[in-house]
Design a protein around this ligand. Structure first.
Ligand SMILES: C[S@@+](CC[C@H](N)C(=O)[O-])C[C@H]1O[C@@H](n2cnc3c(N)ncnc32)[C@H](O)[C@@H]1O
Length: 197
């Protein structure tokens, strides 16, 4: 979890997110959830991940905060019961684990969960042709395919910034901010902010 804090700009992401009901999609061990919820009583965070090993850890740690609920569920299952209830959704390094043809459906399911004024905060690594991209893919092959540390929903692929913007827009979001956050990191981080169009 410490490594995750040092290697990804999750604090920058958390600081930009609003108060209210927030959803952390693919929360993993709950590092971003903690940054969103700790000493922030003005936020209620639902942290969701289908990997029960990780939600177990998250529940035992950040899940003890009074403003956090950890759900071992899929996005689609949550969309059945909590549609239109969230002010914002965070998605940090989840999309690269999805097949390309699942991107739009997945983001549409997130959109269903948001209020009409809701916002999407999506952080991914981008395919920018740099040494950072090569390092990132090598690292993820080890973590996902060799060690099985991360649950993949069928893929392991990072996309160009243009392609990501196109898919986010196709899911019904107006991209209002696009920020490179790779400076000081060895991964080509990029953060998109989208409003429901
Ligand atoms: C690299 S981890 C990122 C964890 C966390 N967002 C963070 O930034 O520390 C990717 C997470 O995405 C989750 N994941 C994979 N497929 C998913 C899906 N279809 N829906 C929700 N989460 C998914 C994995 O279980 C894993 O915990």
């Amino acid at each position: 979890m410490r490594a995750r804090l040092w290697t990804a700009p999750l604090l920058t992401m958390a600081e930009q997110m609003p108060k209210g009901r927030l959803l952390d999609v693919g929360c993993g061990h709950g590092v971003l959830t903690a940054l969103l919820a700790y000493q922030r009583e003005d936020r209620q965070v639902v942290a969701l991940d289908p990997d029960t090993r990780k939600t177990g850890w998250a529940r035992a740690s950040v899940g003890r905060l009074p403003n956090v609920t950890v759900e071992s569920a899929t996005l689609e299952a949550l969309a059945q019961t909590q549609a239109g209830l969230f002010d914002a959704a965070a998605v940090a390094d989840v999309m690269y684990l999805l097949p390309l043809d699942a991107w739009v459906g997945f983001l549409k399911a997130i959109r269903t969960l948001l209020k009409p004024s809701g916002k999407l905060y999506l952080k991914e690594a981008e395919a920018d042709g740099s040494w950072r991209e090569l390092k990132c893919m090598a690292q993820e092959r080890v973590m996902v395919q060799l060690l099985g540390r991360t649950h993949s929903s069928g893929a392991l692929k990072i996309l160009s910034r243009d392609k990501m913007r196109e898919l986010i827009s196709a899911a019904g979001f107006r991209v209002t901010c696009e920020q490179s956050l790779s400076r000081g990191y060895t991964t080509p981080h990029v953060l998109f902010v989208g409003e429901c169009a």
